[in-house]
Design a protein around this ligand. Structure first.
Ligand code: GLN
Length: 546
């Protein structure tokens, strides 16, 4: 049992994936927070991967990193952005992590000779993880997003846990179904049947949704609400209309139009303690008011991908650009630029002039690397504002070494292990692991590290603080043997990790904005608190708008 009378809200998807369960969870948590309650959110991924670090972003979307170094699903990023608070590693679990824990305990004779079973041992493990989150966060509400959709095989155990928890904690568990109502083009009419089937699927798992979030391209009319009510066994008021909207940040405001927050509180016998909606409402107003366009180009490798889009792979970068742009009353326009096309035809590089700012985001491996280096050379020479994120910083170091310091063929050992000038390389403890090619999951430099800023730098000017912490996810580092050479030619090492003397931020003088970070600042940008380095980029970009 949780210590603080915590209530749990399980959020389950119906009909199909990609309809915004994560945003629903994040928005509901935000609403409860604005009513004065302590809310946190958990993401459950039914995959057997132990964490998201080994999942390909083109298949699963961005790998988000928490302060305490968990590689997790991008939804955790949404929770942080909406709640404006850190979410720690306990709030993410996969089937793989749960099973591994139970099997390890069995190997350690932790079950005293009992037969270890899926029910109750796996379900107990899931339950105890959720209660741990409730206790650690001293939460009034824990929202739990169960990955996948109702009726799937893979998430059944999590539904089973939720069912059992309701039995053990009556009155403290609520189920919310996020369903989809298609409007087939030829019919032009919103159909409720798939939602009815989704509810049946949940009923088979012993669960009756208390609230249905009805996603559709349009708002729900009263007729549809009544129909869903009758067939799905909820009162019409508990069917919440969730039409498509331009900005995800409008979702909490929209939910409140149908009183979602008050409905939830009433079901738990609670009343609002506060009404703090103005901050969020002002954000939405600002987003809608921004008209002047700032064009930011993101240079990456081109992905031909299935279920997930490029935007999913870089969601935190995109959101961070938006936060900074809105803060400066600008409307962000984000463009994808294919690094490989620059390799094939260098004349195309001139297109970079059309953008107010350029980002080279994080990445791995060799594809598109030379195109990214050409991009960096171009923006350096043509004084186009540049922000390099992780790989984007490492490649900026390589470009500078080659073209300014004359270290021909300088490279990262990730791409060319035999380079004569390994300006980016691994620390000794990483090298062995990479050579063994074993047990690599979770072995990168992960999570928050302290960085000390040089007070004579742009970075310091932006952060306005000497000590900062930022989140990492990489194996390779700047090679300190080259620090003097690069410094003499004008590169500023503006941020250093004091514990291990690692380069964290580089920048160039005599350029409107040229900054590279070994960490991922995008993970810490929030709509209500844009990240200083993204603000710096967009501010410099703004000066290029004619
Ligand atoms: N591939 C590089 C490394 O592992 C950069 C990683 C990243 O951009 N996140 O160090």
């Amino acid at each position: 049992m949780p210590k603080n009378n915590t209530n749990f809200i399980f959020v389950i998807g119906g009909v199909m994936s990609g309809i915004g369960k994560g945003i629903t969870v994040a928005s509901t948590a935000r609403i409860l927070k604005d009513y004065g309650f302590k809310a946190t959110a958990v993401k459950i991924d039914p995959y057997l991967n132990v964490d998201a670090g080994t999942m390909n972003p083109t298949e699963h979307g961005e790998v988000f990193v928490t302060e305490d170094g968990m590689e997790c699903d991008q939804d955790i990023g949404n929770y942080e952005r909406f709640l404006d608070q850190n979410i720690l590693k306990d709030n993410y679990m996969t089937s793989g992590a749960v099973y591994r824990e139970v099997i390890n305990r069995e190997r350690d004779l932790g079950y005293n000779g009992k037969c270890v079973q899926i029910i109750p041992h796996i379900t107990d493990e899931i339950e105890s993880r959720l209660i741990n989150v409730a206790n650690k966060n001293k939460a009034d509400f824990v929202l739990v997003e169960i990955g996948g959709t109702a009726g799937e095989y893979e998430n059944l155990l999590f539904l089973e846990t939720a069912r059992i928890m309701k039995l053990k904690m009556p009155g403290r568990i609520l189920f919310m179904l996020v369903s989809y109502l298609p409007i087939p083009e030829k019919l032009g009419e919103m159909k409720t049947k798939p939602t009815q089937h989704a509810v049946r699927a949940l009923n088979y798992a012993g669960i009756q949704p208390d609230i249905i979030i009805a996603r559709s391209s349009r708002s729900l009319d009263q007729i549809r609400k009544k129909k869903i009510s009758l067939f799905c066994n909820v009162v019409p008021e508990d069917v919440i209309s969730a039409p498509d909207i331009d900005s995800i940040y409008e979702v909490p405001v929209n939910f409140e139009k149908d009183n979602l927050g008050k409905i939830i509180l009433k079901k738990f016998g609670l009343k609002p303690k506060k009404n703090n909606f103005s901050e969020w409402q002002n954000l939405v107003k600002k987003i809608k008011a921004a008209k002047k366009i700032v064009k930011i180009g993101i240079v990456g490798k081109y992905f031909g991908i299935g279920d997930f889009t490029l935007a999913d792979s870089y969601i935190s970068v995109i959101e961070a650009i938006k936060h900074a742009a809105w803060h400066l009353n600008l409307k962000p326009e984000i463009h994808w630029l294919d690094a490989q096309s620059f390799e094939e035809n260098s004349k195309k590089l001139n297109e970079l002039k059309n953008y107010h700012g350029i980002i080279v985001p994080g990445g791995f491996g060799s594809r598109g690397v030379e195109g990214k280096i050409l991009t960096i050379e171009y923006v350096r020479k043509h004084k186009i504002p540049y922000l390099g994120l992780c790989y984007g910083m490492q490649l900026a170091v390589i470009e500078f070494s080659r073209n300014v310091c004359g270290l021909h063929k300088a490279h990262t050992t990730e791409v060319n292990p035999k380079t004569p000038y390994p300006v980016i390389s691994t620390l000794p403890e990483q090298t062995q692991r990479i050579l063994n090619h074993k047990d690599l999951g979770g072995t990168m430099r992960l999570g928050a590290y302290v960085c000390e800023l040089n007070i004579n730098s742009k970075a310091f000017e932006l952060y306005k603080s000497k000590l900062i912490t930022e989140r990492h996810r990489h194996r390779y580092e700047f090679n300190n043997e080259y620090r003097d050479i690069l410094e003499k030619k004008g590169m500023i090492f503006s941020g250093i990790n004091p514990d291990r003397n690692l380069v964290e931020i580089i920048e160039l003088k005599n350029h409107p904005y040229f900054i590279g970070t070994q960490f991922h600042p995008e993970f810490k940008s929030r709509p209500l608190h844009p990240h200083p380095l993204f603000l710096g980029l967009v501010c410099a970009a703004k000066n290029r708008i004619i």
